[in-house]
Design a protein around this ligand. Structure first.
Ligand SMILES: Cc1cc2nc3c(=O)[nH]c(=O)nc-3n(C[C@H](O)[C@H](O)[C@H](O)COP(=O)(O)OP(=O)(O)OC[C@H]3O[C@@H](n4cnc5c(N)ncnc54)[C@H](O)[C@@H]3O)c2cc1C
Length: 418
């Protein structure tokens, strides 16, 4: 029927696909369905978006981007891609607080899985959600705003509560960003000065395959006027600034990436790593990521280095980012500042799936919460103790969707099941 996800590693099983042309058609579709799920831009690597019933593709619904300059928010239709939104906001003089590595993803799909960028003080993209509207299981509309009861359970919802039709996001005045890539940052420096490294710019990413004595690339995205080191053209803790644009993946052209070399420009062209006009990352790949409390950062990094023999042969590249704590019940950043250990794997699913349980066993002492939209092995029994509000989320899902219309195999395996 609908084919495959972006990476091509997952074929959707849903027997039916529907493309409602209006909100009313969507409401009727949901009201009449036994099982239904919204599909975003298909950038998740697992079966999170699949269903045994009807897959609702929202691309025929009107795309809208409406700025409220008084309240400093923007209301967008669910399927809007971040790249489209960022360009329009910047054109009007506004900004989002952060972007993920790619601008191609839909706002509703990214928010549903707590997609994040980097930055010690930056919450994930879902933390910008000030309100949302969704079609609930009975076909009715539900609106919720920050501060309402249960709101913090409704934002990162894995598609389990309803089909979101629009989201209202916090905005701020547009700002300029300069981006610089440093090469050869020694692991000894990273481990000894981790706080200094990650606080040296608004957003810092370290790219590594976990082997060798140095991190391959350190990407610093600095806001204009920021006096921290990250924008500087001198060396950083012994690492050397790149003299031409770099791609995180060895052998791939830096042309596909957002502007570097310290040249200031709009936030909308610098906060993501990859440019909207190009395939992000590699395409022929798989991804996993684990979110770990900041207090365990250096221990987790040391553990990862000790696992190099196991992971490096399967990796295209890894990325380390930082994310601020939030209060969204199913956010992997719930109630704790954290680091993200991201893995861009070669596209060898059997080999990756064989490694994931071993990797998760090694990271278990750090309470490593898996990224919901990437590949992981953990089942509900292991995940539930990691999320203090997961019981509340299950009760909320039960009350909004008593017949499990929005449930799927992914949710049974990782949230609701044994
Ligand atoms: C190349 C690449 C780079 C990536 N980089 C990052 C990164 O930097 N940071 C990061 O955190 N993640 C990253 N990801 C992961 C990605 O952001 C997430 O998987 C995200 O959820 C994908 O959004 P999507 O629109 O494709 O949603 P889909 O994968 O289509 O769906 C994801 C979930 O959202 C639900 N959903 C979608 N639309 C709606 C709706 N209208 N109402 C209710 N539920 C809905 C679906 O049902 C499903 O449960 C990356 C992925 C790729 C392929």
């Amino acid at each position: 029927m609908t084919g495959r996800n972006w990476a091509g590693n997952y074929a959707y099983h849903a027997p039916l696909i529907a493309r409602p042309a209006s909100r009313q058609e969507l409401q009727e579709l949901v009201a009449g369905a036994d099982r239904v799920k919204a599909l975003g831009s298909r950038h998740s690597f697992n079966d999170i978006a699949d269903t045994e019933g009807t897959l609702a593709v929202l691309d025929l619904l009107d795309e809208s981007i409406s700025v409220d300059a008084l309240n400093m928010t923007v209301t967008v239709s669910a399927g809007t891609r971040y790249g489209t939104l960022a360009a329009e906001l910047n054109r009007q003089g506004f900004a989002l607080h952060n972007l993920a590595s790619l601008p191609h993803i839909s706002v509703a799909g990214a928010v549903a899985t707590a997609t994040h960028g980097s930055g010690d003080a930056n919450g994930n993209l879902a933390t910008a959600v000030a309100g949302l509207e969704m079609v609930t299981a009975d076909g009715g509309m539900l609106s919720a705003r920050r501060g309402d009861a249960y709101f913090e359970g409704m934002v990162v919802a894995l598609g389990a509560l309803g089909i979101v039709t629009s989201l209202t996001l916090d905005i701020e005045p547009a700002f300029q960003v300069s981006q610089r890539v440093y090469e050869g940052l020694a692991w000894d420096e990273v481990l000894e000065n981790f706080d200094e490294v990650t606080s040296s710019a608004y957003s810092v990413s370290l790219f590594t395959d976990w082997s060798g004595a140095a991190v391959q690339q350190a990407w610093f995205k600095s806001r204009a006027g920021d006096q921290r080191h990250g924008g500087g053209s001198s060396g950083f803790l012994g690492a050397v600034p790149a003299t031409e644009a770099r791609h995180p993946l060895p052998g791939v052209s830096g042309r596909n990436c957002t502007h570097q070399l310290g040249v200031p420009g709009p936030w909308s062209d610098r906060l993501a790593h990859f440019r909207m006009e190009f395939t992000p990352s590699k395409g022929d790949e798989l991804q996993s990521e684990y979110l770990i409390p900041r207090e365990h950062a250096t221990d987790a990094l040391r553990t990862m280095r000790s696992l190099s023999d196991m992971v490096t042969p399967l990796l295209l590249i890894g990325e380390i980012r930082t994310i601020a704590a939030d209060q969204l019940w199913l956010s992997p950043n719930y109630d704790r500042d954290g680091i993200g250990l991201h893995f861009t794997w070669r596209q060898d699913q059997p080999a990756v799936q064989a490694v994931l349980p071993l990797l998760e066993a090694e990271l278990a002492p750090f309470i490593a919460r898996p990224h919901w939209g990437k590949l992981f092995d953990a089942r509900a029994a292991a995940i539930r103790p990691m999320y203090p509000r997961l019981g509340d989320f299950m009760a909320l899902a039960e009350s909004l969707d008593p017949f499990g219309k929005f449930r799927n195999r992914f949710l049974e395996r990782t949230v609701f099941g044994a």
